[in-house]
Design a protein around this ligand. Structure first.
Ligand SMILES: C[S@@+](CC[C@H](N)C(=O)[O-])C[C@H]1O[C@@H](n2cnc3c(N)ncnc32)[C@H](O)[C@@H]1O
Length: 187
């Protein structure tokens, strides 16, 4: 799976990722509310225009922190404007990643990769980096769109995740999506 060329969803299509239709179909609070708690440090990988970052910033509260990660500076600037508008900027750290390296040094309680893993060329290196940043009782939710990612491609991603020491906890049911909740293995 490494080095397979992939397209990235451009910032020019950011509006397709944050609108009322999506809010109806994929309420961000319902999707991550079960995992994200007050005071936690969480990571939104491939945050795009911040559909989940903003919701998670409310869920972690004043003492928590969201690390919003993207390779497109323009996406991060959209998150910055929204967080300033909503008075949440002190809880959101913007992090520009490289396509082949996240470069996050912090350990996190929860990581989200929503509709982004299929855009990552080297899934092995990506998943190894995410696994290394999870606290021992941390959780990692991967969600991929059914319309882009076949069951067998999703299963291959989970196989790579397993080889990086992650264990599957559950298979959340989310509309239009394939999803897996993972945790660090016991080795
Ligand atoms: C389809 S969008 C999804 C955005 C957001 N997760 C959501 O659900 O609204 C995918 C995002 O992942 C980002 N992305 C792609 N490859 C990445 C990588 N290797 N590291 C970090 N972000 C990446 C893209 O720039 C884009 O903003």
């Amino acid at each position: 799976m490494a080095n397979k060329s992939t397209d990235v969803c451009s910032y020019q299509r950011a509006w397709t990722l944050d609108n009322w239709v999506r809010r109806l179909l994929q309420n961000p609070y319902k999707i991550v509310g079960e995992y994200v708690k007050e005071g936690q440090v969480v990571m939104d990988l491939g945050c795009g225009p911040g559909f989940f970052s903003l919701a998670m910033a409310k869920l972690v509260g004043e003492k928590g922190k969201v690390i919003s990660v993207d390779i497109q500076e323009e996406m991060l600037q959209i998150v910055k404007s929204k967080s300033e508008r909503e008075g949440l900027s002190s809880r959101i750290i913007l992090h520009k990643a490289q396509q082949e390296k996240l470069g996050i040094s912090e350990m996190v309680d929860f990581a989200l990769a929503f509709y982004m893993v299929h855009e990552v060329p080297d899934k092995m290196s990506f998943l190894s980096e995410v696994a290394s940043r999870l606290k021992p009782d941390g959780r990692f939710l991967i969600v991929e769109p059914k319309f882009h990612v076949s069951k067998s491609d999703f299963d291959s991603t989970l196989e790579v995740a397993r080889s990086m020491g992650l264990e599957q906890v559950s298979e959340p049911k989310l509309s239009l999506s394939r999803a897996a909740l993972l945790k660090p293995g016991s080795r």
